[in-house]
Design a protein around this ligand. Structure first.
Ligand code: COS
Length: 382
């Protein structure tokens, strides 16, 4: 059920204040240290951020999509590394259990994920299965009352903190493609699981991605998530939702960069005038504002449609395609407006410019979104 308007506004303004007062001042430090401080993670737990989308009966806030994107707009207004701490519990790590888990699975995991006592991670991508998710090679072969798992997952967000993985693996090795894949809940402390060292990345320092290696991991069969052979579809349904959330984060980052760029342009003088008074600067500001507004509107529209029970596969991809590309352009213009100062790390625009690059790649590249959108358009006419 949706929150009443007053509670919704209160929630959004609490997050807005937390971001402004607690997170923004720490951005530089988090980037330098490549770690989010523990006391901040604890504050996130206390605010209920880990459980935003987990149903209330399991201890979460049970936000609908419209409310979740409103919070994600605010979380976007600081380094994306902060959002990443809670991102997998809110989204792709937990939503498989919410959507496809049985009562026992939900009761075991969701309360811990809602409080942030446990961290969930989504293990789909592999060295040979990036955009082509149906090509997963990791095997989960049934042997009595266990599945034996072998394989390597790559670029797995929060793997080094995870208590549990939503894993996609091939349970029927004779079936190529999507049909042979199942999804599983995998506790990270099972013998045979090794987590690689976090990869060094272009941006988003403080958010970690690692390889996860499974060697003869014996997973109790009760941890099969949903029906056998449905794992690929489950992953796609999880991603449809995740793509909307990421789109909202892109809008938030764009709005932050626009605010920084306007403030800089008003402050900075050249040729004896504020650069904000130059029409070529104004053109850049206006283009960024227009695009961020368009992003905000489409994300809210798609979220409302999803809450109303509509199929938003195409709309989610439209949002992800537009918003991730849009924030790239906004970040580029912000650097341009800051000029030389935009290129040095003393100002945050340089860092954001690097941070936003991954939005066009993870949870489905822009090219994959184009493919999903076009396929859906074609399907609609037969
Ligand atoms: N919801 C439900 N079912 C879906 C679905 C969705 N969003 N998308 C596809 N399916 C179903 C299809 O209907 C099809 O079912 P049937 O076999 O019963 O007809 C099945 O899944 C296979 O779909 P499709 O043939 O479209 O699969 P493809 O191998 O062509 O792959 C793409 C489709 C490329 C769109 C998919 O692999 C993809 O999204 N890749 C990107 C993955 C990604 O985002 N990776 C990031 C990792 S997480 S950070």
């Amino acid at each position: 059920m949706a929150l009443d308007i007053e509670t919704r506004n209160q929630l959004v303004s609490t997050i807005e204040r937390f971001v402004r007062e607690r997170l923004v001042p720490l951005e530089h430090r988090v980037s330098e240290d490549d770690a989010v401080p523990d006391d901040i993670i604890q504050e996130m737990r206390e605010l209920g951020l880990f459980g935003l989308s987990i149903p209330e009966e399991y201890g979460g806030l049970g936000l609908n999509m419209d409310e979740e994107v409103a919070v994600a707009f605010e979380l976007g207004k600081t380094s994306p590394a902060f959002r990443s701490v809670v991102g997998t519990n809110i989204g792709i790590g937990s939503q498989g259990i919410v959507m496809f888990g049985n009562d026992e699975q939900k009761n075991e995991w969701l309360p811990k994920l809602a409080t942030g006592e446990a961290v969930a991670s989504f293990a789909l991508t592999e060295p040979n299965a990036g955009s082509d998710s149906a090509a997963v090679e990791t095997k989960a072969i049934r042997d009595g009352d266990v599945y034996v798992i072998n394989g390597t997952k790559r670029f797995i967000t929060n793997a080094n903190k995870a208590s549990v993985f939503t894993l996609m693996a091939r349970s029927d090795p004779d079936k190529k493609g999507a049909g042979g894949v199942s999804s599983f809940i995998v506790p990270s402390d099972l013998p045979g699981i090794t987590i690689g060292k976090p990869d060094k990345k272009m941006g988003q320092q403080g958010a970690h991605i690692c390889d996860v290696i499974f060697e003869d991991v014996r997973l109790p069969a009760k941890y099969l998530l949903g029906a056998e052979g449905e794992g690929f579809k489950n992953a796609m349904r999880i991603l449809d939702r995740g793509r909307l959330h990421i789109s909202a984060v892109c809008v938030g980052v764009a709005e932050r960069l626009i605010k920084d760029a306007v403030e800089y342009a008003v402050d900075r003088k050249q040729f004896g005038e504020r650069i904000a008074d130059f029409q070529l600067i104004q053109a850049m500001l206006a283009d960024s504002q227009t695009e961020a507004y368009a992003g905000r509107c489409m994300v809210l529209d798609a979220a409302k449609k999803r809450d109303a029970g509509e199929n938003v596969v195409m709309e989610s991809s439209c949002c992800k395609l537009f918003c991730s590309e849009m924030v790239g352009r906004v970040a580029d213009r912000a650097v341009q407006i800051f000029g030389g100062s935009g290129y040095v790390s003393e100002y945050s625009v340089e860092r954001f410019y690097r941070d936003v690059r991954i939005f066009r790649i993870y949870e489905g590249t822009s090219q994959i979104q184009q493919l999903v959108i076009a396929r859906n358009m074609i399907k609609q006419v037969g």
